[in-house]
Design a protein around this ligand. Structure first.
Ligand code: OGA
Ligand code: MN
Length: 199
C-alpha cells in the first residue's frame, strides 16, 4: 500500500541522502496519529545519549518524549509504515536495518534542540532518521523550524513542522537543529538501526 512512497524515499535517499515530503499519509491515518500525540499524558524529559534518559542536558535539548506502542492507533499505523520501509530499504539498498524505534516528541514554548548528528561517523547504530510533524496550525512566527546542514556544515534546508510533513535523512551525514518553538510542537522522531535492540 505504501509502495509508491517507499520508492520515492529510496530514490531520494540514493540521490540526495535526505528527503522532505508534504501531505505524507492519508488524512485518516494522520488524524489518528495526531490525536494520540496530543492525548498522551506520559511525556518525559528526553536524554542525550541514545537509549537512556539518564543523560539529560537542558542546555542542549529540551523536548519531552514518549515511545510509540504497537497497541495504539498511532503505533499501529506509523510503525507498520516504517517496518515496511525498513524491508523495502533492505531489499533495494542492502542497508541491513535491523529495527526501527520511534517516539513522540513535545517541544513546549521555548524548547529547542541544539545542532547535532543522530549518529557519530563510523559508529553504526542509528542509520536513517525520520521525523514526522503533527501541527495543524503552524506558521513562520511559531518558530520550531528544523534546520538541516550538509556534511561540510553548510545550511541546506529549513523545514516548517507542519501537519503531515515527513523528513528522512542519513543519520551520520546531516547535522540538524530545532529552533525554539513558540508554542506546543508535536512530532514523531524515529530511527532505523543496525545494532541489536536493547530490550
Ligand atoms: C531529534 C531531532 C528533529 C525535529 O529528535 O533527534 O533532531 O524536527 N528532531 O523534531
Ligand atoms: Mn536529531
Amino acid at each position: 500500500m505504501y509502495t509508491p512512497l517507499y520508492e520515492k524515499i529510496t530514490d531520494a535517499l540514493v540521490k540526495e541522502g535526505y528527503v522532505v515530503l508534504e501531505d505524507f499519509l492519508d488524512e485518516e491515518s494522520y488524524k489518528k496519529i495526531s490525536l494520540d500525540a496530543k492525548s498522551e499524558t506520559l511525556y518525559k524529559a528526553a536524554g542525550i545519549s541514545a537509549a537512556s534518559s539518564l543523560h539529560q542536558d537542558r542546555n542542549r535539548r529540551r523536548d519531552k518524549i514518549v515511545w510509540l506502542e504497537d497497541s495504539k492507533d498511532s503505533g499501529g499505523i506509523f510503525l507498520e509504515f516504517a517496518r515496511g520501509l525498513q524491508k523495502y530499504l533492505n531489499r533495494s539498498l542492502y542497508l541491513g536495518l535491523s529495527y526501527y524505534e520511534a517516539h513522540f516528541a513535545l517541544y513546549e514554548k521555548g524548547d529547542f534542540y541544539e545542532k547535532h548528528l543522530d549518529a557519530f561517523k563510523g559508529s553504526k547504530n542509528r542509520v536513517v532518521t525520520t521525523v514526522y510533524y503533527l501541527n495543524e496550525t503552524w506558521s513562520k512566527e511559531d518558530g520550531g523550524e528544523l534546520l538541516i546542514y550538509d556534511e561540510e556544515d553548510k545550511f541546506l534546508r529549513e523545514v516548517i513542522p507542519k501537519a503531515n510533513t515527513f523528513v528522512l535523512f542519513l543519520s551520520d551525514k546531516f547535522p540538524h537543529e530545532v529552533l525554539a518553538a513558540k508554542k506546543k510542537r508535536y512530532s514523531i522522531a524515529g530511527w532505523f538501526r543496525i545494532d541489536k535492540r536493547e530490550s
